[in-house]
Design a protein around this ligand. Structure first.
Ligand code: ADP
Ligand SMILES: O=P(O)(O)O[C@H]1O[C@H](CO)[C@@H](O[C@H]2O[C@H](CO)[C@@H](O)[C@H](O)[C@H]2O)[C@H](O)[C@H]1O
Length: 461
């Protein structure tokens, strides 16, 4: 099924959209006013009085150009209960994921594997043949956007009263050339029957013009849909409540270590894996050294730790390195769900959103994920200290030890023997977090900074 090309004259009002984008959580260049150029657009079929136009908007802010996917719904009448972005001519402009009509049109495209030709671009839906069935035309379909701090926009589609399995569709906001690891890795894990990820439903892929590429074209994923797990609790909240209540979290942390090792084993068997050679080791250490410099440039308070952190990297060089493979890439408690009757389930295999896509698609060191989760237990204690004056440091110590033990036993990889390498990945993650916090939640900056200080102090002694 092919949907006809977009009509001319459906370009975005860039000053209206720019002002709105600047206030969105997914807008990466915080504090800047976007300098937008529309480089592509297409339109999904819409009912009378509505138009659903997806704009690909390149933000030219110097030094940090980034391409965004901005689906907008243009409505002749206001949408009840939805705050509009503004008006263009006679139309109300709405963030399309909040418009149930757009959600139905998107799911229809995905289910049919339909291709939409647009201005200098095309987009195509893809459906996983083994996916849960859904009916995008059903009058029982309702949709909502998930709230919360997110790098992308996730829409939950439910078929009220029908017993149909609900679907969650993530609209990637910053888009890049190349396969999105969220689609590729969760797809591979789901296909291998892993109980640790939700079933994959489908995706949207698109091609657009890109002056920076030799072919002048780029192609990448724009959306990913999977089964929505109702009643799932965010592991971050579960851990915060446990720590605040002073409960013993060891068994749960251990199970998370076992689940992480299981994901690594499945990814290594289903996708590529190879031993790390000297060039890989030097590459990783160089990228860590670059991150150290970037973090110090943005957060000068870290400068006194430069030489200790360089020592951490030196010690990591002489440790034995595990085989490289595909990994989660940004594993923390906020990416884990506690699902009733099923246990820990992992989502968001997109890698660190601040890292270039080519790096996120490379084979990587599984200890990056281990370090991410260790940092996250530390964050639980850190956030309780920052927000509630609660000392949960002993909770974090025990959770970290139990997680490492579970991971070590299930993977057969003794983390104790690789502690210098784990330290290097933890320091690297904490530096990433420091940059992330200074840009997004400056009041939380002391949490990763304290982690960095602790690792630096360990090598000084
Ligand atoms: N399959 C799912 N079932 C239930 N909730 C989910 C599912 N996938 C994601 N979520 C919820 O949506 C949140 C955001 O999803 P995530 O993939 O982490 O998006 P982002 O890339 O924007 O951070 C998660 O923290 C989780 O609470
Ligand atoms: O939006 P994403 O889920 O892709 O991840 C980004 O945001 C996270 C914050 O929500 C950030 O994680 C940091 O804070 C968490 C608590 O909110 C903590 O559990 C993590 O350990 C800590 O790294 C993540 O780094 C960032 O990529």
């Amino acid at each position: 099924m092919t949907i006809p090309p977009a009509e001319p004259g459906s370009g975005a009002d860039l000053s209206l959209v720019g002002e709105w984008m600047a206030s969105q959580r997914w807008f990466a260049n915080k504090g800047a006013r976007p300098m937008l150029e529309e480089i592509g657009r297409w339109e999904l079929s819409a009912p009378a009085g509505a138009r659903f136009v997806t704009h690909l908007l390149l933000d030219h802010t110097p030094g940090k150009p980034l391409l965004y996917q901005v689906p907008l719904s243009y409505r002749r009448d206001p949408l009840p209960g939805v705050e509009p972005i503004g008006r263009v001519g006679d139309d109300w402009v709405v963030d399309a994921p909040r418009d149930p009509g757009y959600v139905a049109a998107l799911l229809r495209m995905l289910a049919a594997g339909a291709e939409v030709a647009g201005a200098d671009t095309w987009a195509r839906g893809g459906r996983n043949p083994a996916a849960v069935p859904f009916d995008a035309d059903s009058p029982a379909l309702t949709s909502r956007v998930l709230s919360g701090e997110q790098s992308n926009t996730s829409i939950v589609a439910e078929w009220t009263g029908t017993g149909a399995v609900p679907v969650i569709c993530k609209i990637f906001r910053a888009i890049h050339h190349g396969d999105n690891p969220d689609v590729e890795l969760q797809g591979a894990l789901a296909a291998a029957g892993s109980p640790v990820v939700p079933r994959a439903v489908g995706h949207v892929v698109a091609e657009w013009s890109d002056r920076g590429r030799p072919s002048g074209r780029a192609r990448g994923h724009l959306a990913f849909a999977q089964e929505f797990l109702p009643g799932a609790h965010d592991a971050w909240r579960v851990a915060i409540e446990s720590a605040a209540a002073g409960e013993d979290f060891s068994a749960r942390a251990r199970a998370l270590g076992v689940a992480t090792a299981g994901v690594h084993a499945t990814l290594s068997a289903a996708l590529d894996s190879r031993p790390a050679d000297q060039a890989d080791i030097e590459d990783t250490l160089e990228s860590m050294a670059r991150r150290l410099e970037t973090a110090i440039a943005e957060i000068p308070a870290l400068a006194p730790h430069r030489s200790a952190l360089e020592d951490v990297l030196r010690l990591a060089r002489s440790t034995s390195w595990p085989a490289l493979q595909r990994i989660h890439g940004d594993l923390h408690l906020g990416q884990v769900l506690d699902v009733p009757g099923r246990g820990w389930v992992m989502v968001d295999f997109e890698g660190e959103p601040l890292r270039p896509m080519v790096e996120r698609n490379r084979l990587d060191n599984p200890l990056r994920d281990v370090a991410g989760m260790l940092r996250s237990f530390d964050y639980v204690a850190g956030s309780l200290a920052v927000t509630g004056g609660i000392d949960a440091s002993e909770w974090a110590r025990a959770a970290r030890a139990a997680f490492a033990e579970g991971y070590g036993e299930a993977s057969g990889d003794d983390l104790g023997e690789r502690h210098a390498l784990v330290d290097a990945f933890e320091a690297d993650k904490a530096l990433y977090e420091a940059v992330y916090e200074v840009r997004n939640r400056p009041e939380w900056l002391p949490i990763p900074v304290a982690g960095i200080e602790r690792i630096a102090a360990r090598v000084r002694n």
